[in-house]
Design a protein. Structure first.
Length: 364
């Protein structure tokens, strides 16, 4: 049987028939081969698992070397929604094909609406990645973020507690909020947090609920810096991706004048993958702790300077009002003391992201 989407298939490392399967979907401009790096990390811990990494059905308009599930550029919200539903139908067809061929059941749940106990009870660990992201867009949409993020997490907590399953919860360093510029923020600042956006405030609520409800269970909370790197979910509103895209399209890099020297924590996607694997491989470290994950603290000026090393760019300063004036630095020393090594390859990841959007690709 052939599949309707071209795919990278990684068979169970046990060499037996698969008992379960994981379908990894890449993001905008990526492909199945890119996202398959996750399978290479995880296959030894899931020896009876088939990993399937499909290419999206359309050539990406921004990066013709990659694919898109639907177009994200120059469309109305209505057009984006319509095309996303078409992509959803194609993906569901593909899931059915994988399921039928390998006699495996897939579960597609909205955790805010449907009980997940029948699925969760068989899990060895829960990695809770279901959420609505984007701090800026959360302004004025707090009810939506409460429903999707907080209520969804409460459902996950309920069943992690009931079935005593370890929970890995990626949070955000945005929970620290407004801090003194010279502070190097650590996890023990728990009572001195000043999140600014609804997204960050709700993330903090989720953390508190996990800590309260899972006292007799196992969990780990990872406060992530802004993700950097060519990824399965590239967001174009973050500084690195936005600047790389603008530079590669030979556009001016637009920088808020008041934010040029702001410092923010960043984490490479590779470090995040590796940390998830680190905890899965050492379950004793899932011991009701909070860890920061920051590859490097960078200012907007430093990000622009890194891009300048690879490409001639023009910087345009604008005075538009921005969501916040936050500038803060975060420490990853606590997780390092547990034996996790930070790659410190953030400059290389920024250059790689820049090359993905290089205009030479668009000419092909």
């Amino acid at each position: 049987m052939s599949y309707s989407l071209n795919s990278v298939m990684i068979n169970p490392s046990s060499k037996s028939n698969p008992k379960n399967a994981v379908i990894l979907c890449h993001g905008y401009g990526g492909d199945g081969n890119d996202i398959s790096i996750l399978a290479n990390y995880w296959k030894n811990f899931l020896p009876d698992t088939l990993f399937v990494c499909p290419d999206a059905p359309e050539i990406c308009k921004v990066n013709p070397a990659g694919y898109q599930w639907f177009d994200l550029m120059d469309q109305t919200d209505e057009e984006t929604l319509s095309k996303s539903l078409i992509a959803e139908n194609k993906l569901n067809k593909f899931i059915d094909e994988v399921s039928n061929k390998n006699k495996i059941s897939f579960y597609d749940y909205d955790i805010t609406k449907k009980k997940i106990n029948s699925v969760v009870k068989r899990a060895k660990v829960i990695i809770h990645l279901a959420a609505t992201t984007d701090a800026e867009k959360s302004l004025g949409r707090e009810k939506e973020y409460l429903k999707n993020n907080l209520n969804g997490t409460l459902e996950v907590i309920k069943f992690a507690k009931l079935f005593k399953i370890p929970l890995i919860f990626p949070s955000s360093t945005s929970v620290y909020g407004k801090m003194k510029i010279n502070d190097l923020l650590k996890e023990d600042n728990f009572n001195k947090l000043f999140p600014q956006s609804p997204y960050a405030k709700i993330k903090l609520q989720e953390e508190k609920k996990i800590i309260k409800e899972l006292q007799k269970s196992k969990y780990v909370i990872i406060r992530l810096g802004t993700i950097v790197g060519y990824s399965a979910g590239m967001r174009f509103h973050t500084a690195v991706n936005k600047f790389c895209y603008q530079a590669s399209m030979n556009k001016e890099i637009t920088v808020w004048k008041s934010a040029y020297n702001q410092v923010r924590p960043y984490a490479t996607l590779n470090d995040f993958y590796r940390l998830i694997t680190f905890f899965i491989n050492q379950p004793k470290l899932i011991s009701n702790q909070i860890y920061n994950l920051v590859t490097k603290n960078l200012s907007v000026r430093q990000i622009v300077d890194i891009i300048k090393k690879s490409k001639k760019i023009r910087v345009k300063f604008i005075n538009s009002r921005i969501m916040n004036q936050l500038s803060y630095r975060v420490s990853s020393e606590k997780i390092k003391l547990k034996g996790f090594k930070i790659t410190n390859t953030i400059e290389k990841d920024i250059i790689k992201t820049l090359k993905i959007f290089d205009t030479d690709n668009l000419k092909n």
